[in-house]
Ligand binder design. Structure first.
Ligand code: G6P
Length: 613
C-alpha cells in the first residue's frame, strides 16, 4: 500500500514526483503530499484526497526544487486527513520523510520521544521515525544517513522510506524492509519509488533493494548499497521491460475496462513460447530446473490472497484432475499463522499479481524455513515474491492498474493450466490424445474471449437490471465454484453491492433462506459433469421466486427457459470455463459500478498492492 517516489538531479522535481504519484495511485489514494528542498528549508504540501486534489492544492505555490519526495497514502494509523498525510517533517523543516509500511513498536518509541520533549502532530506511526532520526542525529552528532540507519535498526515492522534534509541538498536516503523500493539511474540523477511504473518514463536502469538494505543517492556518486547492520553488499543493475502505453488508458474510460478488453492478447502473452500445437508441446522455462522435484512432490500447497486465491482454487481442480497430486489452497494470511504441517517434499506455489502482498511473502518465508520448494506465479517482473521463490513463471499480463483484478486472473489461470498440462505429461498421467485435444482447445481460448467481448453490450442490459438490488448470490460447482467467488468479489469490490459466492449445492445449507423476489442469483451452468445438478439448484431458486441470471454454454435452451437473463459462453472443455465464464462477470461488475456512479478504478478503502498484513 502507499506509493512513495523521490527525485534528485538537475530537473525540476515536482512534475516528476506528481507523475510518479499518478502512476502509483492504485497503491493508495486517501491523501497525498510532496516535500521539496527550497533554500534552507524543506517545503511540504499535503492534503486529504487524491493526487489530483494535491495538484489543485499546490496551484499557485512555489514548486521549484531539484530534490523532492512524494507520497500517496492508504491509511493504517490515523484517519486520512491533511495532518496524517505524508511527508512528515521535523519542526524546523530541516528533514522530511515518506514511509510505506507499519511501525509496530511506534507506541513505545512515541512515549520515549514525547518524554524527551518532541511534539507530535499526527496520529501516524510514521511520525515517530522522523523524530527518532532527529533525536539520534542531534544527540550522537551523526550524519543523516547514519542517523537513519540507527533509527531503522530500532524499528519493528516494515518500511520503505525516503528521507531528505537541508544538510544534504542533493541526496535521497532510501531503505526498505518488507515494502518494496526500486532505485532508478539517470544521467546525473537518481530516482526512487515503490513501483517501476513511477520510473519507467525516465530510466530503464534500476536496482531492486533487498530487505534491510539502504542506500545514499547523490548524483555523481556511485551507488553503494549497505545493510541496516552497516555491511556493504553487492547489487545488480536490471533493465525494466515495461511498456509505457500499458500505463495509459488508451482511449478507454477506465483502466479496468481497458484491462478486461486486453484479455485476448494477455492470455496469448501468457501462452507465448510455452504452448505449441504444431509441436504438441507445453513447457514452462521458469520451472524446468525444478521439474523433477515437482513431479516427486508429496503435495502442492497454494498460498495467495484475493483474486489470486481464486486462481489457486481453479488450480486445485486442474492439478488434481491432471497430475493426480493432492492440492491444498490456503489464504496466505491464515496459513502463516496456523503452524501448518509442511514437509520438505511439499511444493508451495505462491500466486500474486503484484508480487508484493505481505501475507503471501510471509507464507513463502514460513514454507522456506520448513524446507519446501517454492514456486511463484507473479505478474510484476522483479517483484519481491518473484525474487523470494526458488523458481516460477511470470504471467506476462502487463501492468494491471485497475484495483479490481481482471486480466491478471485469466493469465494466472492460463499459466496454471499450462503448468498442469506440462507436469501431467511428464508424470505420464495424461493420454496423448487428451493432451493434444486440450492444447488445441487452449489455443482457441483468446478468440473465444474476444467473441465474448464483442457481445459486451448484452451484459450492460443485465447490469441495468442488477444495479438497484442490495444483494446478489453467485452459484457454481466444481471448476465454476471459484468463478462464482471471483464474480461476487468483483461486484462487491467496485459496486459496493453485497455479493456472495457459494458452491451451488451448499445453497440449501444456508443462503436459500435469503432467496425471494429481491434476490438475483447468478448461476454458472455450463456443460460439465455437474450440469444436471446445477439445473436442480436453479429449480430450487425459482421455486422460491429468486431471479435467475445464468451463464450457459452456447446453444443451451434448458437453462435459458428457466432464466430471467442468460449469458452464453462459447463451448469449451470444462477446465477452461473459469477463463471464459469470468469475463462476462467482470463486465457485469464493471457496468453495474459505472451505473451506480462509483469510482471503478479506485474503489473505496481498497488498494492494489497490499504490503501490510
Ligand atoms: C488486493 C487487490 C486484489 C488482489 C489481492 C491480492 O486486495 O485489490 O486485486 O487480488 O490484493 O494481490 P496479489 O497482488 O498478491 O495478487
Amino acid at each position: 500500500m502507499c506509493g512513495i517516489v523521490g527525485y534528485t538531479g538537475n530537473r525540476e522535481a515536482f512534475p516528476i514526483l506528481i507523475k510518479g504519484l499518478h502512476r502509483m495511485e492504485y497503491r493508495g489514494y486517501d491523501s497525498a503530499g510532496v516535500a521539496l528542498l527550497q533554500g534552507d528549508e524543506v517545503t511540504v504540501h499535503k492534503c486529504r484526497g487524491k493526487v489530483s486534489d494535491l495538484e489543485d492544492f499546490c496551484k499557485g505555490k512555489d514548486l521549484s526544487g531539484h530534490l523532492g519526495i512524494a507520497h500517496t497514502r492508504w491509511a493504517t494509523h490515523g484517519e486520512p486527513n491533511d495532518i496524517n498525510a505524508h511527508p512528515h517533517f521535523t519542526s524546523d523543516h530541516k528533514i522530511a520523510l515518506i514511509h510505506n509500511g507499519i511501525i509496530e513498536n511506534h507506541l513505545v518509541l512515541r512515549k520515549a520521544l514525547e518524554k524527551a520533549g518532541y511534539l507530535f502532530n499526527s496520529q501516524t506511526d510514521t511520525e515517530v521515525l522522523i523524530h527518532l532520526i532527529e533525536d539520534i542525529k542531534k544527540n550522537e552528532c551523526l550524519d543523516l544517513a547514519e542517523a537513519v540507519r540507527l533509527a531503522l535498526s530500532q524499528i519493528i515492522g516494515t518500511y520503505a522510506v525516503i528521507v531528505i534534509s537541508v544538510d544534504n541538498p542533493n541526496t535521497l536516503i532510501v531503505a526498505r524492509k518488507g515494502s518494496p523500493l526500486i532505485i532508478g539511474f539517470g544521467k546525473d540523477e537518481y530516482f526512487a519509488a515503490s513501483d517501476a511504473a513511477a520510473l519507467v518514463e525516465y530510466t530503464r536502469k534500476v536496482v531492486y533493494l533487498n530487505n534491510e538494505e539502504m542506500a545514499v543517492l547523490t548524483p555523481g556518486n556511485d551507488l553503494i548499497v549497505k545493510t541496516i547492520k552497516n555491511e556493504i553488499v553487492p547489487h545488480s543493475i536490471q533493465k525494466l521491460r515495461m511498456n509505457i502505453n500499458e500505463l495509459e488508458k488508451g482511449g478507454f474510460e477506465h483502466f479496468m475496462l481497458k484491462e478486461i478488453f486486453e484479455q485476448p492478447r494477455t492470455i496469448r502473452e501468457s501462452m507465448r513460447g510455452r504452448l505449441s500445437v504444431e509441436r504438441e508441446v507445453v513447457s514452462l522455462g521458469g520451472i524446468v530446473e525444478y521439474e523433477e522435484r515437482l513431479l516427486q512432490a508429496r503435495r502442492f500447497i497454494i498460498v495467495a490472497c484475493g483474486t489470486s486465491y481464486h486462481a489457486g482454487l481453479v488450480a486445485e481442480h486442474l492439478f488434481e484432475d491432471l497430475i493426480r497430486i493432492p492440492v491444498e489452497v490456503e489464504y496466505a494470511s491464515e496459513f502463516r499463522y496456523r503452524n501448518p504441517v509442511i514437509y520438505d517434499d511439499d511444493v508451495v506455489i505462491a500466486i500474486s499479481q503484484s508480487g508484493e502482498t505481505a501475507d503471501t511473502l510471509a507464507a513463502i518465508e514460513l514454507a522456506r524455513q520448513k524446507g519446501a520448494t517454492i514456486l511463484g506465479i507473479c505478474n510484476v517482473v522483479g517483484s519481491s515474491i518473484a525474487r523470494a521463490t526458488h523458481a516460477g513463471s511470470y504471467t506476462h499480463a502487463g501492468p494491471e492498474v485497475g484495483v479490481a483484478s481482471t486480466k491478471a486472473f485469466t493469465s494466472q489461470v492460463t499459466v496454471l493450466i499450462l503448468m498442469a498440462l506440462c507436469l501431467a505429461k511428464r508424470k505420464g498421467k495424461i493420454a496423448k490424445n487428451k493432451y493434444i485435444r486440450l492444447i488445441e482447445e487452449l489455443e482457441t481460448i483468446p478468440d473465444k474471449v474476444q467473441k465474448l467481448l464483442d457481445n459486451a453490450s448484452a451484459i450492460e442490459k443485465i447490469a441495468q437490471y442488477i444495479k438497484d438490488f442490495n444483494n446478489v448470490l453467485y452459484l457454481g460447482r466444481n471448476y465454476n465454484f471459484p468463478v462464482a467467488l471471483e464474480g461476487a468479489l468483483k461486484l462487491k469490490e467496485i459496486s459496493y453491492i453485497h455479493a456472495e459466492g457459494y458452491p451451488a449445492a451448499e445453497m440449501k445449507h444456508g443462503p436459500i433462506a435469503l432467496i425471494d423476489e429481491n434476490m438475483p442469483v447468478i448461476v454458472i451452468a455450463t456443460n460439465n459433469a455437474t450440469y444436471e445438478k446445477v439445473v436442480s439448484n436453479i429449480h430450487e431458486v425459482k421455486t422460491r421466486k429468486g431471479k435467475i441470471i445464468s451463464i450457459v454454454s452456447e446453444g443451451n435452451s434448458e437453462v435459458r427457459n428457466l432464466s430471467d437473463y442468460v449469458i452464453e459462453i462459447p463451448q469449451t472443455h470444462e477446465m477452461f470455463t473459469p477463463i471464459l465464464a469470468s469475463v462476462p462477470l467482470q463486465l457485469l461488475a464493471y457496468y453495474v459500478a459505472v451505473l451506480r456512479g462509483k469510482n471503478v478504478d479506485q474503489p473505496r478503502n481498497l488498494a492494489k498492492s497490499v504490503t501490510v498484513e
